[in-house]
Design a protein around this ligand. Structure first.
Ligand SMILES: *Cc1c(COP(=O)(O)O)cnc(C)c1O
Length: 418
């Protein structure tokens, strides 16, 4: 059903209802034309509406000073409210279950302080082997914080011998096996290196049957694949906003907490005034009263300039929906896979699952040799993508701004290598 021709790619673009969104983004330039940008899994492109959104906040600050908290076009006191609706749609939750604050690894630490309470018998955390390093460091130092030995307290699930992917059934079996001692599981929704999607629903069910908390790092899943955090009964999730959400470098992070906890004001957390009920926040009295939603985990004043670009970016997501993006994404990635599989001049293996249900927008190409040099050659030819040790070039066509023609041009450049 696919063809390795430019005219086929252009015909697919002509039929694509989401094609118009690529005009909403700035592309880096290479030889006076748009670079082929396949790095939205690392840093999404800048939406063109960001500059005016930042200008608006600058103007309100300039004209109103402190009055901006109540009288800015988007009052800063309630700034986080702007995110609940779009994010709930993207992650599949109730509006009250999501918030934005801080950054990803900071949120992971804070949420673990709220959900990880090791006891003598139940103290283990399970995660995927080869998780993103920041998550590994976070978990390692969390268990040390409680005086535990990472070798005893952390269970890493690895692929079977000779395999590159972790079997969901191996995760489920390991949860069952450790059901007496397991306190919490933390998996990526999608592993950053392999691009593998984990079965969040099944893993959560197994964790709960074992009496453990189920949390996920959705850095590579949010804005990429449809999620149903509430219906899957996930306890908490955290993510960053600068990958597929296009919120810009270091943009505010996101968090989801299931309503069974948000409604419990006594659920333990480290608090600050921004998580306190707005009605009593400025009474400056003793006694923290948590807001009965995910923003009850907010600590500090809204970081408006760290949020405004995400606000602007989500306005673009609001013009479509994650299901439509996913339909295009599956085709775009399948076309990339089809073209890559027809190359015979480069020696690599696609380690990302071939099953479209088990992957998002990213294909990871594993080069036994010369991966780094080949990556450099791609960069020199105006293709933006990244290299991750050992040996993997990650290629991520983002459905919001990438086209079938981008994928074809990428293939054409590779075809002429060597
Ligand atoms: C991108 C990414 C991070 C980065 O964390 P920051 O705190 O935003 O620097 C962490 N974890 C995963 C899984 C990621 O993909």
């Amino acid at each position: 059903m696919f063809n390795a021709t430019l005219s086929f790619a252009q015909q697919k673009d002509a039929q694509d209802e989401l094609r118009k969104f690529s005009n909403e983004f700035y592309f880096p330039q290479h030889n006076n034309r748009n670079a082929i940008y396949f790095c939205g899994n690392s840093l999404g492109l800048q939406p063109k509406n960001v500059a005016s959104a930042i200008q608006q906040e600058l103007k309100d600050w300039q004209n109103l000073g402190v009055g901006g908290y109540l009288h800015a076009k988007n009052p800063w006191l309630y700034y986080q409210h702007n995110f609940s609706q779009p994010l709930a749609g993207i992650v599949g939750s109730k509006e009250k279950e999501v918030t934005v604050m801080n950054t990803l690894t900071v949120n992971l630490h804070l949420i673990l302080l709220s959900f990880y309470h090791p006891t003598k018998n139940r103290f283990k955390i399970m995660m995927e082997a080869g998780a993103f390093p920041s998550d590994q460091y976070a978990i390692e130092t969390q268990v040390r914080f409680y005086g535990l030995d990472p070798d005893e307290a952390i269970i890493e699930i690895t692929p079977r011998d000779g395999e590159k992917l972790i079997g969901d059934e191996d995760i489920l079996a390991a949860i069952e096996k450790n059901k007496e001692s397991l306190a919490l599981i933390l998996f990526g929704g999608i592993n950053y290196y392999s691009g593998q999607v984990f079965d969040m629903k099944e893993i959560t069910g197994a964790a709960h049957r074992a009496g453990a908390i189920a949390g996920f790092d959705l850095a590579h899943a949010v804005g990429n694949i449809p999620l149903q955090l509430h219906d899957w009964d996930i306890d908490f999730a955290v993510w960053c906003s600068y990958k597929y959400l296009n919120g810009g470098p270091g943009a505010v992070g996101g968090a989801y907490v299931h309503e069974r906890y948000t409604q419990n004001k006594d659920h333990i957390r480290l608090a600050g005034w921004w998580g306190n009920d707005e009605k009593t926040r400025f009474k400056m009295e003793k006694g923290f009263v948590a807001k009965p939603d995910a923003s009850g985990w907010n600590i500090s004043t809204a970081q408006v300039f760290n949020m405004v670009s995400l606000k602007a970016s989500l306005e673009i997501f609001e013009q479509t929906d994650i299901q439509s993006l996913r339909v295009k994404s599956e085709e775009l990635t399948a076309y990339l896979e089809f073209l890559l599989n027809s190359l015979d001049n480069l020696d690599f293996e696609i380690i990302t699952p071939a099953d479209k249900e088990k992957r998002g927008a990213q294909l990871s190409l594993f080069f036994k040799e010369d991966g780094k040099a080949i990556h450099q050659k791609m960069i020199d030819d105006g293709i933006v993508l990244d290299y991750r040790e050992p040996g993997v070039i990650r290629v991520a066509p983002a459905p919001l701004y990438n086209s079938f023609e981008d994928v074809y041009r990428f293939y054409e450049i590779l075809k002429n290598f060597k």
